[in-house]
Design a protein around this ligand. Structure first.
Ligand code: SAH
Ligand code: DHB
Ligand code: MG
Length: 232
């Protein structure tokens, strides 16, 4: 498969259209803009979801009347804050981050956004944290799960999301296209393999119904997958 790297001109167009979309339908939010500034000041990678993607997560949470959200891969808390804003005041969001330094930045951003009472950042490798959460009787079922950590474990996180969900749980996976590399069988990077394994789960696991959409925009050429738990 021929891969395509956007020229600067095309990348500029993606950015311009994303800005135009955001100006049109994504309300200005100083808390969320502050998160991106704080992340840059802390030298975090600028790999958060785009504002219009954050807004999609927020809308999916509202559409599903989500009260309990699980996020795997916190970074500076940008997507976590988008999701938390969709929750009622008695809602709860748990977000998992491997790096203690990164989690500190996220916690500070979540506090500044006034969301500390409903967001819980859990530090450690997500597979370990998920196993601990599964054993803890206080861990309830999640209504929405956003998977956005190390892509080589995308398939493992998807299976955990089904396990910790219920019929009706919405699961979103980020970065499922990666400039087309995921659909290239000759690309054997761990992340491409993990994402392809997640597609295998979506294909064969009868407990979920799934699709994926390619995206272009300020984050380049990538994609979101969405799965719905239909039986357990
Ligand atoms: N969801 C965030 C972006 C996440 S970037 C947003 O849109 O704002 C991916 C994050 O996953 C990084 O912060 C990285 O440190 C974290 N990560 C990587 N491997 C992980 C693991 N094994 N367990 C938990 N987090 C992990
Ligand atoms: C990258 C982008 C992401 O959205 C992510 O979650 C991880 C990495 C990247 O562009 O490298
Ligand atoms: Mg991502």
């Amino acid at each position: 498969m021929a891969l395509f790297t956007p020229t600067q001109e095309i990348a500029d167009s993606f950015n311009e259209v994303d800005s135009w979309i955001c100006d049109s339908v994504v309300p200005a939010d100083s808390a969320l803009e502050g998160v991106l500034k704080a992340n840059a000041a802390a030298s975090l990678d600028q790999i958060d979801v785009a504002p219009n993607q954050g807004r999609l997560l927020y809308l999916l949470a509202k559409m599903n009347r989500a009260k309990r959200v699980l996020e795997i891969g916190t970074l500076g808390g940008y997507s976590a804050i988008w999701l938390a804003k969709a929750l009622p005041s008695d809602g709860h969001l748990v977000t998992l981050e491997v790096s203690p330094e990164t989690a500190k930045v996220a916690e500070s951003n979540i506090k500044n956004a006034g969301l500390s009472s409903i967001v819980d950042v859990k530090v450690g490798p997500a597979l370990d944290t998920l196993a601990q959460m599964d054993k803890d009787p206080a861990t309830g079922e999640f209504d929405l799960v956003f998977i956005d950590a190390d892509k080589q474990n995308h398939h493992n996180y998807l299976q955990w999301a089904v396990k910790l969900g219920h019929v009706g749980t919405v699961i979103v996976l980020d970065n499922v296209v990666r400039e087309g590399r995921v659909a290239n069988p000759n690309d054997n990077t761990p992340s491409a393999i993990g994402v392809r394994k997640a597609f295998e789960v979506m294909k064969y696991d009868k407990r979920i119904e799934s699709t994926a959409i390619q995206t272009v925009g300020s984050k380049g050429w990538d994609g979101f997958a969405v799965a719905l738990v239909v039986s357990k």
